[in-house]
Design a protein around this ligand. Structure first.
Ligand code: ADP
Length: 596
């Protein structure tokens, strides 16, 4: 900032400047007048003295001796404080300042200007240096009348110039002496006046600073002069208004922050350089480490080039309208991202990214879609069969009782199959709907196993299949799973083992744990499963033909349900076959579940 002079100094300098200029002008004008007046006074005074001396000379004379005249003039000059000379035809007859004996030595005075002028009727006057007295003198001379006795005699009075000048000088000094207190007094007054202004300004500055720092209750109640009133009122009004506005802004900020923190959508606010400025807690559900990338590019937090490209195009001013995109994330997660561009106070492009996690929505949609597609596909065939046989029985029932029973058996078998398909699909949909909750769950494997063995005992007895349960380890931990889910898995695997194994075989069950997870192993003596079928048996509705077992009543959903449930708990189900490499038969199903 350029150096600016203070008001106090300006007022002082300007005030003094004007005063000094005025005084100088007055001094100059008064000086000139004084000079003239003094000269005129002197002239008048000398003329009067000239007349007095003339009168006294006429009365005092005639003098017997020239010396008497000289002495008379000398004593007269002493009284008057002037030099008196009597000149006739250039010769000095008498002179109060020259000893009588020296009169003869004096120059011829006929050429002196005052003497020359006095030859006429007027008074001669001259100011010049006197060689006799060696100083500047003012002369006034006048011709004496003939009655005086000395024809053409000139009487001359002289006074030193310094005498006149001294008087003027003294007057000037007096004037100057009067100006000094005037200057000091006016300076003091100006200083006080300017101090009033500057103290007012200082007071206002302090108040404005306090308001700027947030002290909105600050008010200016006292000010040094009435002229400050409008300014004081304006500042007070401004503080009040700012206080009100700040309150509104703070409330809005609080509300916005609460919304930002509490909203279920993940939000990422970017700064004017396209770097992450804020992220809300919900964003961590989509990008778990997003909060570690404050000040970095969105690409680093999201690992998505698509997001970065969209942000870049907005920051480059290529896009100004909001745009929504579906983005694929890791682990089958997906989200709908909305890029909301806006301009900041400097009209720079800025962006807010809003992420709505649509994984759950997509999953439910997929489940529903699959459910409907699978249901219609799986139910169509048995329904067509039921309808066909039912219509035959109604419209043209066979004569043969055995044939009619066969038709009814087919209808019942299809109905059983449909019930199984629907039950399986519901179980699958349920397992998908429940999602992961493993951390809250615990299931006793022993209890589930006991339950499942009871469920399977009837079917096992029918085929004379022996179920051998190896003694469970004493310290077998509980599984981090829902007991119903564990039972469903065991039920399905045991059901298959019995269903696909020939009569008079056995199924061996064992359990073990490594502390982190526990494994349940089911080994049967069935036909085994080919490597190709092993890859597909966990798919929905897949039923292998290679095991040579009639699949009536099976829906091809059992293993898909098992795997789904196990995975929901963070576990897994897999198969190894053949269990007996010698004969190439038998399958081993293993279920791994995390420990609670
Ligand atoms: P479902 O048993 O209803 O057909 P699953 O999903 O339970 O459906 O089984 C899928 C297929 O896997 C079965 O159709 C069967 O071919 C084969 N499978 C399952 N368990 C065994 C097993 N223990 N031995 C041989 N094959 C099996």
């Amino acid at each position: 900032m350029p150096r600016v002079q203070s008001i106090q100094m300006r007022v002082l300098l300007w005030g003094w400047g004007v005063l000094i200029a005025g005084l100088a002008l007055a001094f100059w004008r008064y000086g000139a007048t004084l000079d003239e007046e003094t000269a005129r006074d002197f002239e008048r005074d000398t003329l009067a003295k000239l007349e007095s001396v003339q009168w006294m000379l006429e009365r005092g004379g005639p003098f017997k001796e020239p010396r008497d005249r000289q002495d008379f003039l000398h004593s007269l000059a002493g009284h008057m404080g002037m030099r008196i000379s009597l000149i006739q035809g250039g010769r000095v007859l008498a002179d109060s300042s020259v000893p009588f004996g020296d009169l003869e030595k004096l120059d011829d005075h006929s050429g002196r200007p005052e003497v020359v002028a006095a030859q006429g009727e007027e008074v001669g006057q001259s100011t010049r240096h006197s060689a006799t007295l060696d100083r500047d003198m003012i002369y006034m001379a006048r011709k004496l009348p003939a009655s005086f006795g000395e024809p053409d005699a000139v009487l001359r009075l002289a006074a030193p110039v310094s005498q006149v000048r001294m008087h003027v000088q003294r007057m000037r000094w007096e004037l100057l002496a009067a100006a000094i207190p005037l200057l000091i007094g006016s300076g003091l007054l100006l200083w006080l006046l300017s101090r009033t202004i500057t103290s007012g300004i200082a007071q206002f500055t302090e108040a404005a600073q306090a308001i700027g720092e947030g002290d909105y209750r600050r008010k200016i109640l006292f000010y040094p002069a009435a002229e400050f009133q409008p300014l004081a009122e304006a500042i007070n009004r401004m503080a009040k208004k700012i206080k009100k506005n700040v309150k509104v802004i703070e409330n809005q900020r609080g509300e916005l922050w609460a919304m930002f923190e509490g909203m279920s959508e993940g939000v990422m606010v970017l700064d004017s350089k396209g770097r992450i400025l804020h992220v809300n807690p919900a964003l961590s559900a989509i990008f778990p480490r997003a909060s570690e990338f404050i000040g970095r590019a969105p690409l680093e937090a999201t690992m998505s080039l698509e997001i970065q490209n969209l942000v870049d195009s907005v920051m480059a001013g290529e896009r100004s309208e909001r745009v929504s995109r579906q983005i694929e994330l890791k682990d089958r997660h997906c989200a709908e991202m909305t890029v909301v561009p806006f301009r900041d106070h400097k009209y720079r492009p800025r962006v807010i990214l809003v992420f709505h996690d649509t994984s759950e929505q997509k999953r439910v949609e997929r489940v529903l879609r699959d459910f409907v597609a699978n249901a219609s596909h799986q139910l169509r065939t048995p329904l067509t069969s039921i309808r066909g046989y039912a219509e035959t029985l109604l419209d043209a029932p066979p004569e043969d009782e055995a044939k009619r029973r066969e038709f009814l058996d087919i209808i019942r078998a299809n109905a059983v199959h449909m019930a199984k398909v629907i039950g399986g699909m519901f179980a699958l949909a349920k397992s998908e709907r429940e999602g992961k909750r493993a951390s809250e769950l615990s299931a006793s494997v022993a209890q589930s196993m006991d339950h499942a063995l009871k469920n399977a005992s009837f079917a096992a007895q029918e085929k004379n299949i022996e179920i051998e349960l190896e003694p469970l380890p004493d310290n077998l931990p509980k599984a981090a799973a829902d007991p119903d889910g564990v039972l469903q898995i065991i039920d399905n695997i045991l059901d298959n083992a019995i269903k696909y194994s020939p009569e008079n075989t056995s199924v061996r069950i064992s359990a073990a744990s490594d502390g982190q997870s526990l494994a349940l192993r089911f080994q049967d003596q069935g036909p085994g499963i080919t490597p190709e079928d092993q890859k597909r048996i966990f798919e929905r509705f897949f039923r292998a033909d290679s095991n040579g077992v009639d699949g009536a009543g099976s829906a091809g959903l059992g293993l898909a349900i098992c795997r789904h449930i196990a995975r929901n708990y963070g576990g897994e189900v897999w198969v190894e076959s053949p269990a007996d490499p010698g004969t190439g038969t038998g399958s081993v199903f293993t279920v791994r579940l995390p420990v609670a």
